[in-house]
Design a protein around this ligand. Sequence first.
Ligand code: NAP
Length: 274
Amino acid sequence: MTKRVALLGKPLRRRHSVVMHNAAFAAAGIDGRYELMELDEEDVPGFVAEARGDEFLGLGVTAPYKPLVASLVDEVEPDAQEIGAVNNVVRTADGRLVGFNTDAPGFRAGAELAMGRPLAGARVVVAGAGGVARAIVYELQTSRVASLTVGNRTTPKAASGVEAVTLDSDDFYDALRDADLAVNATTVGMTQLGVTIPVELLPPDATVFDCVYVPAETPLLAAARACGLCAANGSEMLIAQAAIAFERWTGVSGMTDVMRQAVAPLLADPNAQA
Ligand code: NAP
């Protein structure tokens, strides 16, 4: 029987996860298939019920169904509960569905690779207070960072218990002057041109990490590189979180290189749409 993992969302335009997971199934010698399942909202509960069957290894979940799927599974792991988002589900041997979050550990892998050092002890600034920012703030809080400042566009929003300042405030600018790592966790650079972080304020040894990976080079990353700063997009975060999910579904680890190679043409595609 071909084992299945289905990504639930609407719309589902990107094929990055399909390509990564199907390459990993092939490399691991598993008869498995990762598929896009663009469903209407009323069809989601029925599909989640179907995923209790032993044909399924689990589910991926993306907008707008993260809250709905979290309410339909049997259990949500504590970190996903605290973050407030389930982006993957694993089916246990006895047919229970457990929701978990891979954005947080995926961010850690991507950011530590970009910085060339652990997050522990780093002074970090995050722009954004949406879904991915909450996962990032959770990971930073559990990583013993030296300091953490969150900036958001609109009136301060809490991200995993941290009160955000505004992106144009002195508090945000002061934190940047002293930062080791500045993270863009907004949709700016993907859905619209623009820059959330005035990179000229950062110290010369700071790293800029943009969660956006389509396009590969955002205005923020270009500005950071022009200032001589170390800069990385969200592609390694994407690959790391996929490898973590694959291991949860199959028990097979070490698929990062296979996934990176498989997704490289898509990540390099200058015509890729956000
Ligand atoms: P989200 O929940 O919709 O949050 C959007 C965030 O962007 C909010 O903080 C919002 O601020 C801010 N924002 C939107 N327009 C803005 C503007 N013009 N100026 C300043 N801030 C603005 O989105 P999300 O799910 O967190 O995703 C954020 C980004 O992370 C996306 O680009 C996504 O592709 C990327 N991502 C990457 C990975 C990866 O593996 N690399 C994983 C997940 C997500 P307000 O609160 O003021 O509206």
